[in-house]
Every structure is written in structure tokens, then in C-alpha cells.
Design a protein around this ligand. Structure first.
Ligand code: CMP
Length: 140
């Protein structure tokens, strides 16, 4: 197994409900280490750039505007198989399909307002980490 890093975002629906600590506990309980973290408020332009891969999807405008609707906590998680492990801890995109004990099952309110984002593959993780963090900000 390889030690990996993945980009995680605690979304506005979760920061609004003061769930950052509870969500971070889930990551740490799963053996993921938070090696970088900051709370920021994205502009719609920044949110749209981050989710550019979805720009032709019908939900793009909703997603962009939601991600700019309040503060987010962007973070880098490190651990063995961190990308897959984080996706397991998050649960399915739609909370209705998420397994018991996962973040989205416990906290998400809808497929759009689903509390967390996590990178889906090593190349995406590298790009998404570089979108938010410089190398100096990653403290393992
Ligand atoms: P995320 O993992 O951040 O990656 C893309 C996001 O698009 C996804 O989580 C969902 O929050 C969002 N998304 C996917 N499908 C829909 C949908 N049908 N309506 C609104 N948002 C969606």
C-alpha cells in the first residue's frame, strides 16, 4: 500500500452547521492525517474553475453558486490509500445511497449539499491540491 495525499473540501452546508470538527474526527478515526487545512470563502469564479470538469453538466451553475455561498474548509489528507479511504469515509455522492457511518449518510442533506468533496484519482488529487496549496503549506 502506498502513502497518498488527497484533496478534501468541507462544503458550505457543513461549515454553516459547525460540523468541521465532527467531520475531521471521521477522517482521523479512519487513519487519515490532516497535513494542511484552511478556511476560505470562494468566489463563484474560483468555484467554477475548481469544478471546470463539470461545466457542461446541468447542475454546474447550482454547484458553483453553492460552493461560493459560504466558507469552505480545504484540506490535504495523507495516509495509506488516502484517495480511496477518503471516498469510503465520505460515502456515496447522493446521501440517500451512502452507507451507515459515512459522513454523507450522517450529515449531507442532498446530492448537491453533500457536505464534503474528495479527489477521485491520483492525478486529480495532485491537480486539486495544487489548486489550493503551495508545497510550503503541506506539513506532514
Ligand atoms: P463532489 O464530489 O464535490 O463532485 C461534484 C459535485 O457535483 C458532487 O460532489 C455533488 O455535490 C454535485 N452534484 C452531482 N450531481 C448533482 C446534481 N444532480 N445536482 C446538484 N449537484 C450535483
Amino acid at each position: 500500500m502506498a502513502v497518498e495525499r488527497t484533496l478534501s473540501i468541507i462544503k458550505p452546508d457543513a461549515t454553516k452547521r459547525n460540523l468541521t470538527g465532527k467531520i475531521n474526527q471521521k477522517f482521523e478515526d479512519a487513519g487519515l492525517r490532516i497535513v494542511a487545512q484552511k478556511r476560505i470563502h470562494l468566489t463563484p469564479e474560483q468555484a467554477g474553475k475548481f469544478y471546470e470538469v463539470h461545466k457542461d453538466r446541468p447542475f454546474f451553475a447550482e454547484l458553483r453558486d453553492f460552493m461560493a455561498s459560504g466558507p469552505v474548509v480545504v484540506q490535504v489528507l495523507e495516509g495509506e490509500n488516502a484517495i480511496t479511504k477518503n471516498r469510503e469515509v465520505m460515502g456515496a455522492t447522493n446521501p440517500a445511497d451512502a452507507a451507515p457511518g459515512t459522513i454523507r449518510k450522517e450529515f449531507a442533506t442532498s446530492v448537491g449539499e453533500n457536505s464534503v468533496h474528495g479527489s477521485d484519482a491520483p492525478e486529480t488529487a495532485r491537480e486539486e491540491i495544487a489548486f489550493f496549496f503551495s508545497g510550503l503549506e503541506l506539513v506532514g
